[in-house]
Write a new protein. Structure first.
Length: 133
């Protein structure tokens, strides 16, 4: 009894299984390596949206106006996604936006102001430098 026809079918199945495994590994690799880019793109889009909303209400970026303006945009905490503080902290403004940052000692509102001002600087917000203690 000859098994030549049977060996061709087994070899074909083995090649198909290996091809599927390689394809799955490649898809996993490319999906995981492009995810951070998608996240970074989403953060930049959110920064653009929030900074434009901020500057529409306070085009001169004055500290005196920040209290009224910050209540109309989601400034939020560092853990609250889609808030300006969260987005700016993720986009490398943590020096200004982390909780307890020493931008203007003694006033959390001033800290919030400098976080928003530095994060939105490329959109036209140009605040004065904080005063030395």
């Amino acid at each position: 009894m000859s098994r030549k026809g049977m060996s061709l079918a087994v070899e074909t199945v083995i090649v198909l299984v290996l091809a599927a495994a390689v394809l799955t590994a490649l898809l996993y690799f490319f999906r995981s390596s492009f995810t951070p880019v998608e996240t970074q793109t989403h953060l930049i889009q959110k920064q653009t949206e929030l900074c434009q909303r901020y500057l529409a209400r306070d085009p001169l970026c004055k500290r005196e106006n920040f209290g009224a303006v910050s209540s109309s945009i989601p400034f939020g905490s560092i853990d609250q996604k889609d808030s300006l503080r969260y987005v700016c902290n993720k986009l490398y403004y943590e020096e200004y936006c982390r909780t307890g940052a020493n931008n203007d000692p003694g006033s959390p509102k001033n800290q919030d102001y400098y976080c928003a001002a530095k994060c939105c600087a490329s959109y036209g917000c140009n605040p004065p430098a904080p005063k030395a203690p």
